[in-house]
Design a protein around this ligand. Sequence first.
Ligand code: C2E
Ligand code: MG
Ligand code: MG
Ligand code: MG
Length: 276
Amino acid sequence: LKDVLSEGAVDARPAVAPAPDRPARFDGEDLSLALRRGEFVVHYQPKIACRTGELRGFEALVRWQHPHFGLIPPSAFISLAEECGQIGGITDFVFEQSVAWLSNAFPGKNHHIAVNLSPVLLGDVSLADHFQKIARRYGISNDRVMLEITETSAMKDPTATLGAATRMRLKGFRLSIDDFGVGYSSLVQLIRIPFSEMKIDISFVRDVNKSEEARKVVIAIAGLAKSLGMEVTAEGVEDSGVLDFIRGIGCEMAQGYRIGRPMPGEAAALWSGLSS
Ligand code: C2E
Ligand code: MG
Ligand code: MG
Ligand code: MG
């Protein structure tokens, strides 16, 4: 069963179901309706400690379970949601689902949950408070919640990011810089923002078996993260060669299809039981 799960039986449907009558594009009203109808679902992808293989946490990844078009990936609707004011509602939903699931599926455990944060929300000064209230409602302490901001969005507005990051950290939430290495960071800006974790972009990680350059970049990023006091996670670990390599260079955590696919809550809880 574990193999079935990690081979991706659960999440391996085509990205967007190729229905012939799929609309050219969705609009904001579709998203708003989907929220009200409860069509969004959260899948959870495990993150493990490279050295011990131990489960450390999960990343929450939203999908749209469309009644007609099947399971729609976030790449097809997140930027639309950002443009038409629906991202706040979707994020709230993902956050609450995630902490509720964590509290239910892992009583007495210390795993963290990582939630992706859109740059559109970084200016919202009440967000940290709002998240804290939701986490408390489910008995999840803030330090078990990791908020992920991509390097690209952080660097688009470093001032807003620093403000949001500071408010989140003051409440005890952890903070991750996602997709690192493709976003042209200004190091001066980067060192000011109190990130707890750096996630090395999948584009480098995926290639370490075949490219000397990718290996050099991954080593350099891991070194930078360490010297800034951040934990390092490699994303997109698809085979054991990659896992061996990132373990060898002292990368703390790994996430990727080799370890586990994003899975619905029940499957992810089951996966964790089978993997320990
Ligand atoms: P991300 O935060 O960088 O998430 C990692 C993405 O890489 C996920 O794609 C995951 O399924 C995929 N992935 C994980 N391991 C592997 C692997 O070994 N190989 C390959 N090829 N891919 C792997 P997904 O779920 O399609 O999400 C795409 C992006 O959508 C996320 O990238 C994130 O930026 C965004 N996203 C997802 N959920 C949310 C959300 O709730 N809010 C916001 N604002 N953005 C979200
Ligand atoms: Mg992420
Ligand atoms: Mg990422
Ligand atoms: Mg990404």
